[in-house]
Design a protein around this ligand. Structure first.
Ligand code: HEC
Length: 192
């Protein structure tokens, strides 16, 4: 074997090792990403369920009653689930309640969903201090038209204007992006 052949063999072995190591690192990173995404989706579930239940309970009494049920319960539910470094909320590009403004890291993702209307895939992103951000699109259903469609019943419209003078969340159509759920998780091990 000549010196050149040996050098070539060493080079080939090194390249292969580097390739294998990069692959392993990539797979590990993808698995970690998938795990935090699964954890986020699971943590968000009770928020979605509680909101839906509050809405349905409200609607059973009537649409105007349901508006105040949403007004009172939606922030309470979000607050109740925001503990141990977890933060959760809903936001939109057209807000009803200005207090539902998105955290800064959510905005570009929301803009992205708006630019690609066929993209409804949840996303997770790394945040500072090992935290994970997670975003899930909220799509308009026919149930939502009573309070976010067009036209609204007069009494519904009047109650919304009374409670939310700056409301921008009307005129949505079924299937349209209404906004997003967002969630922040602490680094694994900090809290459950
Ligand atoms: C009975 C009326 C009513 C119905 C029906 C309703 N909403 Fe709302 N929605 C509200 C009110 C009131 C608020 C403001 C809640 C608050 O103060 O945080 C709101 C807020 C929101 C927000 C938070 C962002 C913002 O604009 O402040 C989203 C997202 C949202 N609604 C989506 C939906 C979807 C999706 C449906 C259907 C599944 C739906 N809503 C059905 C009344 C309603």
């Amino acid at each position: 074997m000549t010196a050149v052949t040996i050098r070539l063999m060493i080079f080939a072995m090194r390249t292969t090792t580097t390739l294998i190591l990069s692959f392993v690192l990539l797979v590990t990173a993808a698995t970690a990403q998938q795990m935090s995404q699964d954890r986020a989706a699971k943590t968000l579930m009770p928020f979605k369920k509680a909101l839906k239940q509050a809405l349905l309970d409200g609607l059973a009494k009537g649409p105007v009653e349901a508006i105040s049920a949403c007004q009172v319960h939606a922030p309470e539910i979000a607050e109740g689930l925001s503990h141990d470094g977890i933060r959760v909320g809903r936001t939109s590009h057209r807000l009803r309640n200005p207090e539902n403004r998105s955290p800064d890291w959510v905005r570009p993702i929301l803009e992205d969903y708006l630019a690609n209307q066929s993209d409804r895939i949840p996303r997770s992103v790394p945040l500072p201090e090992g935290r994970t951000g997670y975003v899930e699109p909220i799509v308009m259903q026919s149930l939502c038209l009573t309070c976010h469609g067009d036209p609204l019943a007069e009494n519904v419209s009047a109650e919304i204007k009374r409670l939310y003078p700056e409301d921008e969340a009307v005129g949505f159509e079924v299937g349209e992006l209404r906004g997003v759920f967002w969630l922040e998780l602490p680094a694994t091990g900090d809290a459950s």
